[in-house]
Unconditional design. Structure first.
Length: 290
């Protein structure tokens, strides 16, 4: 059985997994040789990618969080995955450094993170910089998902990259609790002034009390990548082409993600000149590996 492993954000994981499963059923005459495994969002359990590599059984195709590769050593990556240097990536994203020079994984979409606020609780004087959130005045006014969740590892890791000497002040101001949806609900209900989530989650505000705040330095982000098990490129080639097709790339745009092929900022983000904060793969993987 050839495993196609998805480890994606919970707001797209089921729909995306269904798209991949339906494509395999349609395009592969021997579709029963594939197992499409959608990683459950369980806290405290080891990621399936890490476990499969340690057991010497890497997936034929990995689809999901780039952060998983920060927890693998360079030899583990090179021994289990093959280079994929020829996949599409928008020139704008290449200029920002989103192409992995080693070519063992490749972005298929970029997820921007941002700040939501309760419009009834915050006044005109609001944080304008990421550094502002280190001020003690914001103590316990910021909610972030549980620390073990990928989004929180990215938020903490990126703050650590930007402010290595003072980022712990930011951590001290935050309450880490629940899932991204729980964060949106808590801000929406007025339990917290600010929340930090994948920007697309802000659309799930039931009471409509939340608004998006754009920070002057830009938005943190989390690439979603594919990686191909060694010797499996021909086997999964059609699935890879499908992921970079207009149909699937448009699916990401509708979620508020940035499609890798075009690099265009989705209209749902309501900001044409959105700037992504990205300091390169080495810094990102090291900062989010914990």
């Amino acid at each position: 059985m050839e495993k196609v492993l998805l480890h994606c954000p919970m707001n797209i994981s089921r729909a995306f997994s269904n798209l991949i499963s339906e494509f395999i059923q349609k395009e592969y005459s021997d579709s029963d040789k594939f197992e499409v495994y959608d990683e459950p969002h369980r806290l405290g359990s080891e990621d399936t990618l890490l476990a499969s590599v340690k057991e010497g059984r890497p997936p034929a195709l990995y689809i999901g969080h780039a952060t998983d590769f920060g927890r693998l050593s360079p030899p583990e990556i090179s021994d289990n995955f093959e280079p994929i240097p020829d996949l599409p990536l928008a020139e704008s994203l290449q200029r920002l450094g989103f192409k992995d020079n080693h070519n063992y994984f490749h972005p298929f979409t970029i997820i921007p993170f941002g700040v939501i606020c309760n419009k009834n609780l915050v006044g005109e004087k609001r944080p304008v910089s990421w550094q502002d959130f280190q001020d003690p005045v914001y103590s316990k006014k910021i909610i972030i998902p549980d620390r073990q969740r990928t989004i929180s590892r990215v938020l903490i890791g990126t703050m650590k990259i930007l402010y290595p000497d003072t980022y712990e002040k930011f951590i001290a101001n935050c309450v880490f609790q629940g899932s991204p949806i729980d964060v949106v609900n808590a801000v929406d209900q007025g339990e917290y002034h600010y929340g930090m989530v994948n920007v697309a989650f802000s659309r799930f505000s039931r009471l409509k009390n939340t608004g998006i705040m754009w920070i002057k330095e830009g938005a943190f982000c989390m690439p979603q990548v594919i990686a191909v098990g060694k010797g499996k490129r021909e086997l999964v080639g059609k699935i890879i082409e499908y992921i970079f097709s207009l149909h699937v790339q448009d699916f990401f745009t509708l979620q508020g993600f940035i499609p890798a092929v075009s690099g265009e900022i989705p209209a749902v983000l309501q900001k044409d000149d959105l700037h992504l904060i990205w300091k390169g793969w080495e810094a990102f993987l090291k900062a989010t590996a914990q």
